[in-house]
Design a protein around this ligand. Structure first.
Ligand SMILES: [Fe+2]
Ligand SMILES: [Fe+2]
Length: 279
């Protein structure tokens, strides 16, 4: 008897394994933990604040289609995906609370930026379940790219070790589940045209909110109109070793018609980091 081929494209050797880790940041979040750089610290803090809202939406958008998936391997990967994202959100919620207590930020107000953005998107009658799934796929490609930069380069070397540990643990699991949303999208008939259009829109909408939250925090810290901030922001967007230039090749891949998340075979990176981050 021949085995029924699976529709999951997660390659051999990769398991979507939730690791129930807890992090102790001590007093790091009260400081400019990312290399004593207020801009970088704030951008990553602003991203952290987006995760509980964003990751719940990722789970919901996939859950909507779950009953259309018959494939056992993909179904178990979907469950692994829910659990990983659930634990990420829990740890980022804790991070966000500690951060806001330590620095005097209003968490409800900052998180409210993302909640309002998502509410607006979801209330638009043109935004179908398929579009929400395509947005998840797009933003999962973003998190997989962020993961690749953090795990492959020295980008985070100057960050506080306790905070870096959380970002790398999250990165590793994002990398493990990077094709789950893609597989579900293909399985329910998602097409290339929607995929590429939604990528542009989703990044634009998320980017706008991240800029808003970052700006609010920098303003409150009286760091917004500082030379140091401007210099760091310029390096972030345009510098050769800045985040955007390191991320861009990954981003462009998504626009190939035959793109697949595992075209970038990152199993070596997972093998390298797993023993250090499993806890
Ligand atoms: Fe996550
Ligand atoms: Fe994810």
């Amino acid at each position: 008897m021949t085995a029924i081929p699976t529709i999951s494209t997660t390659p051999e050797g990769v398991t979507i394994e939730p690791r129930d880790r807890k992090f102790d940041f001590d007093t790091a979040l009260a400081t400019d933990w990312f290399g004593n750089d207020p801009f970088l610290t704030t951008v990553f803090n602003a991203l952290s604040i987006s995760f509980p809202t964003g990751e719940k939406e990722f789970i919901d958008s996939i859950r909507h289609y779950e009953d259309r998936i018959q494939d056992g391997k993909l179904l178990s990967e979907i469950r692994g995906f829910y659990r990983q994202e659930g634990i990420h959100s829990r740890e980022h919620r804790q991070y966000n609370r500690e951060l806001c207590n330590a620095r005097g930020y209003d968490l409800d107000e900052l998180e409210g930026v993302y909640i309002a953005m998502l509410k607006k998107v979801k209330s638009d009658p043109k935004v179908t379940s398929r579009i929400r799934l395509a947005s998840t796929l797009a933003l999962e490609h973003f998190t997989a790219g962020l993961a690749e930069v953090l795990m492959k380069t020295s980008y985070m070397d100057e960050a506080d070790p306790a905070v870096r540990e959380l970002w790398l643990w999250h990165s590793m699991e994002e990398m493990e589940h990077k094709s789950v949303a893609f597989d579900v999208y293909v399985q329910v008939g998602g097409d290339y045209v929607m995929r590429k259009h939604i990528m542009r829109l989703a990044l634009l909408i998320l980017g706008k909110s991240v800029v808003k939250v970052t700006t609010r925090m920098l303003r409150q810290d009286k760091q917004l109109w500082r030379w140091k901030t401007l210099k760091s922001a310029t390096r972030f967007f345009f510098g050769k070793t800045g985040f955007v230039r390191q991320y861009l090749p990954h981003h462009r891949e998504f626009f190939r018609k035959d793109f697949h998340p595992w075209d970038a075979d990152t199993r070596d990176l997972l093998d390298e980091w797993k023993p250090r981050l499993t806890g």
